[in-house]
Ligand binder design. Structure first.
Ligand SMILES: Nc1nc2c(c(=O)[nH]1)N[C@H]1C(S)=C(S)[C@@H](COP(=O)(O)O)O[C@H]1N2
Ligand SMILES: [Mo]
Length: 197
């Protein structure tokens, strides 16, 4: 690699991270397998004027676009140049009217997994609902049928097997945040654990 492209790669890797070519699988608990998607729905609730429930068929018919990003796991691996097919956050948000008090979102996944995000980070143009990764449908291990992707925060915020969004006035810790991870998780500021600023 030339010095030039080396330094460019270095600029893309946050402190303490190492680039991996693989795609490690990390989560707590078991992988959900589905055989009847008519039982799957996606709920939008909390501080909204009216709750919405979106069926699997409707969700998969939402407009999609391509996203390219780098992802950074708190366990120190980073994976560069991911190509995703995803549903923009705004496409789901068109289904509800947020109440003005809504400032945070709790992501809800299968088996009660949760992750919290400030509204602004959730609504960022770079955040999306991922359905395909590097040309393939998401595998069960990586979050089929849909996962959150918030590439500017550590990857634990990118909840796999996403089933709902809850809008909140105040921040609350999700699953990993209750277990010692940082409330925000900015990889560029090494916000790995809750004692880091
Ligand atoms: N539902 C769910 N999503 C989850 C997790 C989890 O335990 N449950 N773990 C998070 C963590 S800690 C990481 S690092 C990433 C890993 O995603 P991957 O297995 O696709 O690499 O998923 C995140 N999303
Ligand atoms: Mo993680």
């Amino acid at each position: 690699m030339s010095d030039d492209s080396m330094s460019r790669t270095k600029d893309r890797v946050p402190p303490g991270q190492t680039v991996t070519e693989g795609f490690p699988v990390l989560h707590y608990g078991s992988v959900p397998y589905y055989n009847d998607m008519s039982k799957w729905d996606f709920r939008v609730f909390g501080l909204v004027e009216e709750e919405a429930t979106i069926s699997h068929k409707e969700f998969m018919a939402l407009p999609r676009q391509e996203y390219r990003n780098d992802i950074h796991c708190v366990t120190t691996w980073s994976k560069l140049d991911n190509v995703w097919e995803g549903i923009p956050v705004r496409e789901v948000m068109k289904r509800v009217n947020l109440k003005p008090e809504a400032k945070f979102v709790m992501l809800h996944s299968e088996h009660g997994f949760t992750a919290n995000l400030p509204l602004e980070d959730f609504m960022a143009e770079t955040s999306f609902f991922g359905v395909r990764h590097n040309g393939q449908l998401l595998t069960p291990e990586h979050g089929y049928p849909v996962r959150m992707v918030v590439p500017h925060l550590y990857f634990w915020k990118s909840a796999k097997w996403l089933r709902g969004l809850e809008f909140m006035e105040k921040d609350k810790p999700g699953f990993w945040e209750r277990n010692g991870y940082h409330m925000y998780g900015d990889p560029w500021r090494s916000q790995r654990y809750d004692f880091e600023d």
